[in-house]
Ligand binder design. Sequence first.
Ligand code: NDP
Length: 486
Amino acid sequence: MNTGRMFIGGEWVDSCSGQMRSITDPANQQLINRVPEADQDDVNRAIAAARTAFDKGPWRQTTAQDRGKILFAVGQKIRERAVELAELEVKNCGKPLAEAQFDIQDAANCFEFYGGLATKIHGETMSVPADSLSFVLREPIGVCGQIIPWNYPLVMAAWKLAPALAAGNTCVLKPSELTPLTALELAKIFCEVELPPGVVNVVTGPGPGCGEVLASSPFVDKVAFTGGTATGQKVMAGVAKELKRISLELGGKSPNIVFADADREAAVDGALFAAFANQGEVCSAGSRLLVEESIHREFIAQMLAKIPKIKLGHGLIAGTKMGPLISYAQLEKVESYVKIGVEEGAKLLCGGKRPKGLEAGFFFEPTIFDGVTPKMRIAREEIFGPVLSILTFKDEAEAIAMANDTEYGLAAGVWTKDIHRSLRLVRGLRAGIVWVNAYHPTYNELPWGGYKKSGLGRELGLHGIEEYLETKQVNFHGDPAPINWY
Ligand code: NDP
């Protein structure tokens, strides 16, 4: 690892200020590495490098086929280093190894998907008017500022960089200040595949000092952000000054709806996985469980019976099913919501506290609240931790109304054996992603993004590349003649 350096203009550099940041393991607070603490001067340096690479560098002259080959090579190198990258991801952001291993493969798949798509960016042709040829060109937007969070560091870097590069853009990536390590390893891979200097730059620094500059710089053409809704609003305000392109992938309070006729075992598993995968630090977490009243008691008993199987510990220890939260601040935030839930009158069924014996890390027990009502804050606000709120409904209409009673609209789950009902639910739910009899599977081939305050635009799939393309109308008159207007 390039200890103590970040990646700007194809070189490994220190921060202008010389300041450094310690990166620690959230499971035990031990030092893993040190990285430069970038500030606005460093971000401006990275933007200038990306600007030069776009305006004057060879990248725009590279054929789509060559861009595709580079992205495939990146995917391949990620696979070759999968073991090392997964372990680094576990240490830096706390998730269990099996989840990190999945993430690394997903990141490789993402580069390969967009590697294939690079040669399939097509325009349109038409004859308007009849004596001319008109066509539509798709072009890269330019310099993309990409701000990503700490919950899926390498996957988020892949989701941002792969489509942007396939389309021919240049990028400044800002990982979370808490989890920059796999993004720096990815930069190393870009060096190995000989990506031209400045096409990808990775700046390691804090959101307010660095992300803000990316959002507001007049030299950045497009901003892509994943993170909390409140931060997304700030980023959008920065972008508004320059009226640049933006895509936002924000938070959620996603409903997971279980009908009495559902496959019970699958639904119980699905409800737990929806809420507790990645410690609940997932934008699409099924953090509101809506259970049909007639099976409510039984369903809860079945869920609680499985809670002891969610073994907490360091993600690298075999058998660990839940790691620590990302930071002490996040732990305190989750704790404060447990207090709020209790004060609001919800019934704490399990968890609600830090586990014994794991005091060195930011661990929190899987927590379930029953008796939650739609107006409670624990039913409305994104907690971003292992806290599940259970509500009940009487019939389908109430389930849909309750599910949609949120300012968010990222994802939703439905568990039923009735295909007609499931199709009615799919249409009725105001969310960008709906799972039926499943929760959480994501595919690089399909669009990801939210309705309402869960975001703007879509990542992944064919829709994802659209977010990185400009559209140019061209009218070509092959037989010029004066129009005699004057
Ligand atoms: P943020 O939304 O603040 O962080 C996401 C990214 O934005 C990080 O790279 C962060 O940098 C950066 N950032 C922070 N402030 C600014 C700013 N003013 N301008 C530009 N970029 C900025 O998430 P937090 O870490 O603060 O978590 C807060 C809450 O957000 C969580 O509790 C959760 O509810 C939600 N969240 C949602 C995520 C999602 O995937 N939907 C992901 C992460 C959080 P840095 O980390 O270096 O400060």
